[in-house]
Design a protein around this ligand. Structure first.
Ligand SMILES: Nc1nc2c(ncn2[C@@H]2O[C@H](COP(=O)(O)OP(=O)(O)OP(=O)(O)O)[C@@H](O)[C@H]2O)c(=O)[nH]1
Ligand SMILES: [Mg+2]
Length: 258
């Protein structure tokens, strides 16, 4: 059993990828059972029909009305309230007993990643031999310039830092918005921080350049991260690579008992 969390900046394509990967898995092998879980209490429309849905327990709109809060305050409270329904979520997961569990998280990634909720959910849903993984999405719209790439890389590194024991895949979403050279350049940045540093020095100016140079130096010191996996749901590209990575996590025993 593999439980994957899709995490990424707002609009990076988490929900689209969640639904598309379920379809991909079921088309690939009808024997595979895959389910989708929506953990976004504020989702108005989703591009798939979730098998398990946090909105059955908490609705952002109701939290706003009940507590007299605006959308941001209500979202913080709603995400904290999620922990009250962990047992219900676990019961639902047990009932489905699926091979693949694809978990879509809310756009405000800091709520899941930086408050206690996310790690708490991750640790309590990750027991009994369920392997876990995170797919972090780098939005093609945000990472074409070195400074956007570095900011997103910092977020991805923060998520990895918060969920240390869970293997993380970094994917470049919406690659159809870029040309081939741009994709190669960005994928290269993810493994060759010297190249990132060079592009930063060529293309950024002033304080941004200085800060970006310092940060790329930190990444050089930290060593290489995993290579970005480009994908596009629009052009049906890259799902096989993401599947391959996840399958490797699935097949490994490493994360099983964390
Ligand atoms: N061009 C292109 N657009 C995409 C792709 N995947 C998703 N999108 C679009 O990106 C927008 C956001 O997609 P979502 O899947 O809702 O993104 P999200 O990360 O779930 O968004 P939030 O939950 O609001 O943070 C939608 O308009 C999608 O149609 C893709 O592969 N290519
Ligand atoms: Mg979404």
């Amino acid at each position: 059993m593999l439980l994957n969390y899709f995490i990424g900046t707002a609009g990076s394509g988490k929900s689209t990828l969640t639904g598309a990967l379920k379809d991909y898995l079921m088309n690939r092998d009808p024997e595979i059972s895959a389910i989708t879980v929506n953990l976004d209490p504020g989702a108005e429309v989703l591009p798939y029909v979730p098998d398990i849905d946090i909105r059955e327990y908490i609705l952002l709109r109701e939290v706003m009305e009940t507590y007299g809060l605006g959308p941001n305050g209500a979202m913080i409270l709603a995400s904290d309230l999620m922990v009250n329904y962990l047992d219900d979520l676990k019961d639902e997961l047990d009932e489905f007993n699926a091979d693949w569990i694809l978990v879509d998280t809310a756009g405000q990634l800091e709520l899941f990643a930086f408050r206690d909720t996310g790690p708490l959910i991750a640790s309590s849903l990750g027991i009994n031999g369920i392997q876990r993984s995170i797919t972090f999405l780098f939005d093609s719209n945000l990472v074409l310039r070195p400074n956007g790439f570095i900011s997103t890389l910092l977020l991805a590194a923060s998520v990895q830092f918060r969920f240390q024991k869970i293997p993380q895949i970094n994917a470049l979403s919406k690659m159809d918005l870029l040309d081939e050279d741009q994709i190669d350049m960005i994928v290269n940045w993810s493994t060759d921080f010297k190249a990132l540093e060079e592009h930063t020095s060529e293309r950024e100016k002033g304080l941004i350049r200085e800060l970006s140079m310092l940060l790329s130096e930190v990444f050089i010191q930290l060593g290489s991260t995993a290579e970005l996996t480009p994908c596009s749901i629009k052009e049906e590209h890259g799902l096989d690579l993401i599947f391959g990575y996840l399958q490797r996590v699935f097949d490994s025993d490493k994360s099983r008992f964390y």
